[in-house]
Write a protein that binds this ligand. Structure first.
Ligand code: GLN
Length: 392
């Protein structure tokens, strides 16, 4: 057989934990509380807007930076909900937030540049940093409150540190950086001249009653922050793959160059529909109410059955502490067995963990479950997990 010199970063890599668990759930017919997506269609008004756009407007390449209506709508949405003063020139539409993350990393990270990541971290960050020639440097966050440690961050910074990637609110833990932590991260970024790549796709999925605050709004951060958002998360339409990058106009121009050679552009009918959705607070309010209710069904059901659920302030996810729930399995074993034996798919938190070389493994006994599902499905999942736990 011919030896093909494929890139070892990908050759040695497994498929993502999300793809793995969703594949198992599909083939086994399990309830899928693993990969995060709602089981109900997106709001009817959004679907109608997309169909109307498909029938009456262009289906050809839109501008690479996005249709003006969506770029304006993103700027207006962040003005209304987060007090940010933005213009269309500061918005680049992408094919989902993962593409936005890739474009941001390619635009910022060069050979040998170090990039601070906080563990647990979304699984795309480190491979993309490595593929860009950079070196991920992990700063661990500790359960149960996933606090950002000033000493930990300062110890990880070297003269090669070029950027940090902040995911706030944080997937998989559902935690949110405090005002003090945002101020600290801004101070350190300014002090060390770092670019902050901020994955804020969970900004509209908060349950702590607070408005989302972006690192972009902190003193000194306007010129060095790349803020990433997702229509898929805001509207519960994950398959749409509509996301965006927001930054200072000079930064956005460079980000657009990285984006133009990834997907170049994003289906225009979905962009126009997302623009209509962002302009209608009724749509986002209704979704928030639906997710608040489903979240309560999962968390209350698990708690009533004796599972220990960690505090959750945001995201579609709730985490269970396995030992505190009387389960003596590590998270990966639990997850692999539960999908087969209990018929419930989940995500082991350790699949999203890489630590600094010398710190060993991170937490290995925390399980992530997705709550944006119909209540009956969540109740059945809790019943299955409870019955199965008895048999362990
Ligand atoms: N963001 C999704 C989650 O955490 C996964 C997205 C994906 O599968 N690439 O469940």
């Amino acid at each position: 057989m011919t030896h093909l010199a494929l890139n070892p970063i990908y050759a040695a890599m497994p498929v993502t934990v999300f793809e793995h668990m969703s594949g198992l759930a599909r083939s086994l017919g399990a309830i899928n509380l693993g990969q995060g997506f709602p089981d109900t269609p997106p709001p009817a008004a959004l679907t109608a807007a997309a169909m109307r756009a498909m029938e009456t407007r262009s289906q050809q390449y839109p501008p690479s930076m996005g249709v003006p209506e969506l770029r304006d709508a993103v700027a207006a949405f962040y003005g209304r909900t987060q007090g940010l003063a933005l213009t269309r020139e500061q918005v680049v539409v992408t094919s989902g937030a993962t593409e936005a993350i890739a474009a941001a990393i390619l635009a910022v990270v060069g050979q040998g540049d170090e990039v601070l990541l906080f563990s647990p971290a979304y699984d795309a960050y480190a491979p993309l940093v490595r593929r860009a020639g950079g070196v991920p440097v992990f700063v661990p966050l500790s359960p149960p409150d996933w606090h950002y440690s000033e000493a930990g961050i300062r110890a990880a910074i070297t003269p090669r540190t070029r950027a940090l990637i902040l995911n706030d609110p944080l997937n998989p833990t559902g935690s949110v950086a405090s005002a003090d932590e945002l101020a600290l991260l801004a101070e350190i970024a300014c002090e060390h001249d770092l670019v902050a790549i901020c994955d804020e796709v969970w900004e509209a999925v908060r349950f702590d009653g607070r408005a989302h605050q972006s690192l972009l709004g902190q003193a000194g951060m306007a010129q060095r922050t790349i803020k990433i958002g997702s229509a898929g998360k805001i509207f519960g339409a994950t398959g749409w793959k509509v996301g965006w990058l927001v930054g200072d106009a000079a930064l956005a121009t460079v980000l657009a160059k990285a984006h133009q050679f990834l997907t170049f552009t994003t289906p225009p009918m979905l962009q126009w529909a997302a623009a209509e959705g962002l302009a209608d607070p009724g749509i986002t309010d209704a979704l928030h109410a639906e997710w608040s209710a489903s979240r309560a069904v999962l968390i209350d059901g698990l708690t009533a059955d004796g599972f220990t659920v960690l505090e959750n302030k945001a995201t579609w996810f709730a985490c269970i502490d396995l030992p505190a729930s009387g389960i003596a399995l590590d998270d990966r074993t639990f997850s692999e067995r539960a999908v087969r034996e209990a018929g419930v798919a989940s995500i082991p938190l350790s699949a999203l963990w890489e630590g600094p070389e010398d710190s060993g493994a991170g937490p290995t006994t925390i399980l992530r479950l997705c709550h944006c599902k119909p209540p009956a499905m969540l109740e059945e999942a809790v019943a299955r997990l409870s019955r199965w736990r008895e048999s362990l």
